[in-house]
Design a protein. Sequence first.
Length: 373
Amino acid sequence: MVGFAAVAGLGCEARVTRLKAPPDPKSVTFVASSEVRSVVVGWNDICVLMADGNVRCKRDWRPDGKRGLMSFAYVAGVKDAVGVSVGIEHACATTAKGAVLCWGSNEVGQVGGDEAVVRIGRPVPLDGPAAEVRVGEKQTCARLATGAVRCWGAVAGTDHAPPTPIDWFADAAALDVSTEAVCTVTKAGVVRCSFAGARPLEPVAEGSVARAVALGRFRGCALLADGTVQCFQLQRPANAPVTGKVPAFGEAVPGLTDVVQLGAGLSHFCARRKDASVWCWGSNNYGQLGHGDREGSNAPVPVKRLPDALELSVGGDRTCARKATGMVVCWGADLLADSMYRALTGIQSDPGPPGPHDSLAPEELRVPMGGTP
């Protein structure tokens, strides 16, 4: 199958030209949408959790490092996965039995062990089954089935830390991790955050019941039970008292209601609403807000051509969503940098500076068949 790529046109009109056909394009087939359980977006990668429990990532983590026509290679050593989290240079998966498998860059032990790079999914020794794993820049944390939290890598200023209990997160029902921040939602719906290993703060107003938390690089947001969203800085407020309880410092996102799912990239956030629409806000240098241009917005704006989102994934400067039809669409940074990948998948992009390979509105993401787990 021959795809297309958009290039700069004359005036305000975009001109779309046909890419050269890849070798033997008729032999390329694509994974059916029913075989994809979920798509997970990281800062530099996109991974696909398959219905059979295997994981495929656009970045090739195979030991020989060679990439042929495969745009999504299987991650060796990962089987029976039920969840995936992707960071800047490493990723982790949880299995049906509660194991955590990690791979990628291991500069400070964020994958576990001492090797500089781990190219296959390797188990992390935990003291109980994990319900969830979340990957940050240089640290990784798992929420155990008991509600306890264990973090490893760069933990509270210590590199190569083994899985370490974080005592003040003992009853977590949800978890997210950023550069130096770890936030949980307790079983009672309280958002609790630790910045750079310090004692936790509760940024969301007392009495609010949260269901989820999503962390960007400098800000985090919480999804509340009433369908609204509150956001906050990932640092102790400058005017916070030295002693005693720090007042809540979360602020409501105006006009955003009926939210059922929330996601965070580096500097943008997206929310899926009950009516299946997706709304994004924040930075938009790479088109990650999905509304057709590169203008950022402090207020949520609707994503173009996406009235029927059933699942949302946000990371780095990209966003992906699964539509009601099962189709996966993505938008944002550098999705079209690999010309062979473009030709195989047929993705198109609105052209224009600063990057000709950014997709400013949702484009279909297809996973080529082939390869072995």
